[in-house]
Design a protein around this ligand. Structure first.
Ligand code: URA
Length: 208
C-alpha cells in the first residue's frame, strides 16, 4: 500500500488555509474542492494513454488520449460531497457512485444507509472521496462494499489522514493506495484528527 502525501506548494498552501480556526464556510468549501482537484490530478498521473491521429487546422497530427480506463468517483456522504466538484473538474466524464454509512451505537460497526453504485463498477477504477481518513472504519466498509460489487481497482483521496486510519486500511486492504494533502499526528479520544481540520462535514455544509 502506498501513501502519497502530496508536497506540491499549492496543496501545502491551501491545506494551511483550511486549518485556520475561523475560516468561513465558503472558503472551506472552495478550498476542499480545489485541493480535491489537485489530489485527483496526482492520483491520475499514471493513467495509460494512447496515440490517435486527428485532423487539425494544419493537417493530420498525432495526439495523446486517455486509454480505455473508466473511472467512477465514490464520495462518502456527507463530507465527501465537498470534494466532488473539484475532482469532477479534473475528471469531467467520471461517473459518480454515492455511498452513505453510519456507525451503529451498539455494535460500533458501520452500517450502510445509502448506496447507488454505477452498474459497470467491475470495469472501472473507483476513486473514493472523503476529506478525513480518521479511524478508517468507514473507509474499510466502503472498500468491502465496492469489492463485493466486483470493483477490483480502488484508490482513496483524502485531505488529511491519521496514522491510525492508514494502519487500519493497510491491515484490511493493503493493495489500496491513497493520496492525501497531509498525514497528521494522531486521533484524539473523540476520534478527531490532530491537528486536523475539525469537523469537515460541518465546515463544508455550515452546520457547526
Ligand atoms: N471526521 C472529521 O470531520 N474530522 C475528523 O477529525 C475526523 C473525522
Amino acid at each position: 500500500m502506498a501513501v502519497h502525501e502530496i508536497s506540491h506548494p499549492l496543496v501545502r498552501h491551501k491545506l494551511g488555509l483550511l486549518r485556520e480556526k475561523n475560516i468561513s464556510t465558503k472558503d472551506f468549501r472552495d478550498l476542499a474542492s480545489e485541493v480535491g482537484m489537485l489530489l485527483a490530478y496526482e492520483a491520475t498521473r499514471n493513467l495509460p494513454t494512447e496515440k490517435v491521429t486527428i485532423d487539425t487546422w494544419s493537417g493530420p497530427t498525432t495526439v495523446d488520449r486517455i486509454k480505455g480506463k473508466k473511472i467512477t468517483i465514490v464520495p462518502i456522504l456527507r463530507a465527501g460531497l465537498g470534494m466532488m466538484d473539484g475532482v469532477l473538474k479534473a475528471l469531467p466524464n467520471a461517473k459518480v457512485s454515492v455511498v452513505g454509512l453510519y456507525r451503529d451505537e451498539q455494535t460500533l460497526q458501520p452500517v450502510t444507509y445509502f448506496k447507488k453504485l454505477v452498474k459497470d463498477i467491475d470495469q472501472r477504477q473507483a476513486l473514493i472521496l472523503d476529506p478525513m481518513l480518521a479511524t478508517g472504519g468507514t473507509l474499510v466498509a466502503t472498500i468491502d462494499m465496492l469489492k463485493q460489487a466486483g470493483c477490483r481497482d480502488i484508490i482513496g483521496i483524502f485531505l488529511v489522514a491519521a496514522p491510525e486510519g492508514i494502519d487500519r486500511l493497510r491491515a484490511s486492504h493493503p493493495e489500496v493506495d491513497i493520496y492525501v494533502a497531509a498525514v497528521d499526528e494522531r486521533l484524539n479520544a473523540d476520534g478527531y484528527i490532530l491537528p486536523g481540520l475539525g469537523d469537515a462535514g460541518d465546515k463544508i455544509f455550515g452546520t457547526k
